[in-house]
Design a protein around this ligand. Structure first.
Ligand SMILES: Cc1cc2nc3c(=O)[nH]c(=O)nc-3n(C[C@H](O)[C@H](O)[C@H](O)COP(=O)(O)OP(=O)(O)OC[C@H]3O[C@@H](n4cnc5c(N)ncnc54)[C@H](O)[C@@H]3O)c2cc1C
Length: 433
């Protein structure tokens, strides 16, 4: 606990950042530089799109800034999930229910929850469109729409999930299937995949592999399992310090890594997985599996593709240091839906939220934003039921560690931070107003 206290007192943003709160800044609508006051409920001082990690965090901060009744979040889901726990749910170490809370309960008091889906953005007119053709206007817009999962881009999915032996920690609908497949394992190949797209939490595809390996060791089945990590990437992890540590573990635990292999088809009835070789176009490999863990292709939410606020791919096009939109000064982006060139994690959002809070304060005062985001992100690499390597790094893929110890070593303390302390900080500090 004391180390966390030290971290929180730093100006830099680390796991302890989840405890940091912005100072309350009283500011009425009339104090803002933009023209008319928003009175009706179809116009808000600050409109937040998406009520996931980034959206709820920013709505709490914005309510402090502009007051109750002046902030709204557009979010269709009734349930809010703390997704980082799904790694442990898939391995049977936590119940799915512990990752879920009603959206209503995480919506900060005084923030309006608009239970709908955004269908279009018109930043030239300062408004967005919702499902029922309802228009909502704003003075300031924060986009936090997350990343979309595309299981359907793999032939045979998602219908293949109706068969046993296959799971995926990335979706609430399939995460418990991972645990079932893990327990059902008898003998053969256990294959873990990493797609050929950006993903959220790039460590998660291999965390479940280490947990599975540990589970089979514990249950006496390890010698029956041929464990394979088939990844589209050419490296095991993007930061050398942690990659070196992971490669040691992979060697020691006798895991096979096949680089530049992309899952393109699942024949779930035959328990076959088909991979393309990204270095040999047209060449595919078929592997029989006894267990398959799928990390799906991912991409920007549909509503952002070809939107005026997006780059050519569909990510919200923001300044890498201030998170302000490159073209529309009253529009901001946070989290997985942005083109910030860092690893997409909740930890990154914790760091981004502090910077974005300051950026918006300055913009509201007609001043230039000064606080800069360094790309901080963190990935607790779970390597067993009581072991974690805590990777923390910046835009340059340089370690940016919180603790004065070698974080590339597997540690029990870091496991408890990931499994027990982080969820508490998430619900009780990061999301709170
Ligand atoms: C298996 C797994 C393990 C992970 N492990 C870690 C970890 O150990 N550490 C870590 O820091 N991070 C981890 N993450 C990543 C982390 O959960 C995400 O990076 C983070 O939640 C992203 O927050 P976000 O606000 O950008 O998106 P989300 O939290 O996904 O929220 C996006 C919201 O937008 C809403 N939305 C989408 N489209 C629309 C629309 N058209 N209109 C209105 N609303 C819409 C969605 O309903 C959703 O609520 C993990 C994720 C997974 C899946």
């Amino acid at each position: 606990m004391s180390t966390i206290g030290v971290a929180a007192s730093c100006s830099c943003l680390r796991p302890g950042v989840w405890l940091l709160k912005p100072g309350v800044q009283k500011m009425s609508c009339l104090g803002l530089h933009t023209a008319a006051r928003c009175a009706a409920k179809d116009c808000y001082e600050v409109l937040v799109l998406g009520g996931g990690t980034g959206g709820i965090t920013m709505s709490a901060r914005m309510k402090r800034k502009v007051g109750a009744g002046n902030v709204a979040v557009v979010e269709p889901s009734k349930t809010h999930y703390y997704q980082p726990l799904w790694t442990l749910v898939g391995a049977g170490a936590k119940q799915l229910a512990t990752s879920a809370r009603p959206t209503e309960s995480v919506m900060p008091q005084g923030v309006d929850w608009i239970k709908s889906r955004v269908t279009g953005l018109d930043p030239d007119e300062n408004c967005v469109w919702l499902e029922n053709d309802k228009k909502i206007s704003y003075k300031y817009l924060i986009i936090a729409l997350g990343i979309s999962l595309h299981y359907e881009k793999i032939k045979g999915l998602p219908e293949g999930f109706h068969h046993p032996k296959i799971g995926s920690n990335y979706s609430v609908h399939t995460v418990e299937k991972t645990w079932r497949a893990l327990q059902d394992f008898k003998e053969g190949n256990a294959i873990f995949t990493f797609p050929n797209t950006p993903v959220k939490c790039a460590g998660a595809p291999q965390k479940i592999m280490y947990l599975s390996e540990a589970y089979w060791r514990k249950t006496g089945k390890r010698s029956k399992a041929n464990i394979m990590f088939n990844t589209s990437l050419g490296v095991i992890f993007g930061v050398k310090k942690y990659a070196d540590a992971l490669l040691e573990i992979i060697k020691e635990r006798n895991i096979a890594v096949n680089y530049r292999r992309n899952l393109v088809e699942v024949r779930a009835d035959k328990q076959e997985a088909v991979f393309e070789n990204l270095d040999k176009p047209g060449v595919t490999e078929v592997h029989q599996y006894e267990m398959l863990h799928v990390t799906p292709p991912m991409g920007p939410p549909d509503v952002l593709i070809n939107s005026p606020v997006s780059d050519e791919i569909g990510w919200v096009d923001v300044d890498t240091e201030t998170l302000q939109h490159k073209k529309y000064p009253n529009v901001f982006g946070i989290g997985d839906c942005t083109n910030l060139p860092t690893s997409k994690t909740a930890a990154a959002i914790a760091a981004q939220s502090g910077v974005l809070d300051k950026t918006i304060s300055m913009v509201m005062k007609n001043q230039l934003p000064t606080k800069k985001y360094d790309g901080y992100t963190s990935c607790p690499l779970v390597t067993g039921y009581n072991k974690v390597i805590l990777a923390e790094f910046d835009y340059k893929a340089q370690p940016l560690e919180t603790f004065p110890i070698d974080q590339s070593k597997e540690r029990v303390t870091m496991y408890h931070m990931k499994a027990d302390m982080m969820p508490l900080l998430y619900w009780n500090a990061l999301l709170k107003d």
